[in-house]
Design a protein around this ligand. Structure first.
Ligand SMILES: Nc1ncnc2c1ncn2[C@@H]1O[C@H](COP(=O)(O)OP(=O)(O)OP(=O)(O)O)[C@@H](O)[C@H]1O
Length: 434
């Protein structure tokens, strides 16, 4: 007994002498379980009723009317009923509380109270989700898990790329078989190029053709050229390349029709054409016109061809990943139509609310607000949508240009030849020389 007391006394003394701070820095998870969680759980328990009352999370119940000698006694005050919450469950660097909603309530009222929970529980952030009907899960994060994220792991499958880690600690995977087309937005220096580099590095070892459209002279996608089956570095080249991709699309359609298949995945592996991932960097360059008739015609052509590709390409193994700093309706109605077809969304820090709205607004207003709260100190942090329609804050795995160049060079021999695209680009270049 005396030994246990001595050990306990030593721990308390070490803690008092600054051991707690040392543990917090060296082993934040251990510190959270020993000290952080018990005090946070106590705060949740002691403040739940007050926070619920102040944030309209209660419903009013009329007490049963009493009968006194045949007379109904009325005039009793309404009694607020506080929704029942589970005991706070510890998670790695956080805790969760599951709440049974009162009849008539929706998760939206709990989402609106997230900020109040954050302050009352003295935590970094609170996220509210509804995993099943009638229930909400309130997850509190002790600190920002994306401030110094570790590396996540995920199984390697065709057309899926492990690009980072989510706030919940899970892997951030872009799975093009699940969601065929993606929109990636973000202001300059927000981490778009790093994400695209990571995507290309992950797809490079796979039996996949990669095609680049980078109208800024190929500055962003040029370094990946050894692993790209085709690269358009100007809008004129983009028009030719998109034309070639549409020819490829029609060839694939004919192939599928000839074998009674509704997608290339229903064809036998011998017949199946290689999947193509088309990466468009700075999409606005395709839509903006310099005012000349030729410029206007080019942007209209690009808009129409991109739309056709996204509408029909998914089943035919033609996938689009479209990135841009600014993707607003001012670029023309073609952009809004394109956005509707890009099921996957990733929004980094943005300059203008219009781009966040354009990327996430049609899915979830809370996601728009979360994207707008990403700061310049958080490069690589983004709001990403999941296949279930939900969204999460996530951070891409950082990749240096040397690492990317190494990966691309290692897998350059896997680059498939796509004759339709090569001849479309060659034809256009010959025409220009004449
Ligand atoms: N996940 C990340 N973690 C840490 N740093 C990152 C991450 N992603 C990007 N960065 C850093 O942020 C800076 C800007 O990144 P990046 O070039 O990818 O941004 P961008 O949005 O493509 O900018 P631009 O539009 O100007 O090309 C770089 O210094 C990069 O190293």
């Amino acid at each position: 007994m005396s030994t246990v007391l001595l050990a306990l006394g030593t721990v308390v003394l070490l803690w008092a002498l600054g051991g707690g701070e040392l543990l917090r820095r060296r082993c934040p998870v251990g510190h959270w379980y020993i000290a952080g969680y018990p005090s946070a759980a106590l705060r949740v328990w002691s403040t739940w009723r007050r926070v619920a009352l102040l944030n309209d999370l209660t419903v009013n119940r009329r007490p049963p009317r009493a009968l006194l000698g045949g007379l109904v006694v009325i005039g009793d005050a309404l009694r607020p009923v506080v929704p029942r919450a589970s005991l706070p469950r510890a998670t790695r660097l956080g805790l969760t509380v599951t709440v049974r909603m009162c009849p008539g309530q929706t998760p939206a009222v709990y989402r609106a109270a997230a900020e109040a929970f954050t302050h009352a529980w003295k935590v970094h952030a609170v996220r509210v989700t509804s995993p099943e009907r009638g229930m909400v899960r309130i997850a509190a994060l002790a600190s920002d898990p994306l401030a110094s994220p570790g590396l996540a792991m995920a199984p390697k499958t065709l057309l899926s790329a492990l690009v980072g880690i989510g706030e919940s600690g899970g892997a951030w995977v872009i799975d093009l078989l699940d969601v065929p087309h993606w929109l990636v937005t973000g202001a300059t220096r927000s981490g778009k190029s790093t994400l695209l580099a990571r995507l290309i590095a992950e797809l490079s070892p796979q039996d996949v053709a990669l095609v680049g459209i980078d109208c800024k002279g190929g500055m962003e996608l040029g370094p990946f050229a050894p692993r790209l089956s085709a690269l358009a570095a100007s809008r004129r080249e983009a028009v030719a390349l998109l034309g070639g991709l549409l020819i490829e699309l029609h060839q694939r359609m004919r192939l599928c029709r000839g074998h009674d298949a509704r997608s290339i995945w229903e064809l036998s592996p011998k017949l199946r054409p290689v999947p193509v991932v088309i990466i468009v960097d700075e999409v606005a360059e395709l839509y903006l016109s310099d005012g000349t008739r030729a410029g206007r015609a080019e942007s209209e052509q690009c808009s129409a061809m991109l739309l056709r590709l996204v509408q029909l390409g998914g089943a035919l193994g033609l996938h689009l990943v479209v990135a841009g700093q600014r993707v607003g309706s001012d670029l023309g109605p073609g952009v809004t139509a394109l956005r509707a077809q890009l099921g996957g969304r990733i929004c980094h820090r943005v300059h203008d609310s219009g781009t966040a709205e354009m990327t996430l607004g049609d899915l979830d207003k809370d996601a728009v607000a979360a994207a707008q709260s990403i700061t310049t100190e958080e490069p690589g942090v983004a709001i990403r949508t999941g296949p279930d329609g939900g969204w999460e804050r996530a951070r891409s795995h950082r990749l240096t240009p040397e690492e990317t160049a190494g990966t691309v060079a290692r897998h350059a021999s896997r680059t498939p030849h796509l004759p339709t695209l090569e001849s479309a680009l060659a034809g256009m270049r010959e025409g220009e020389e004449e």
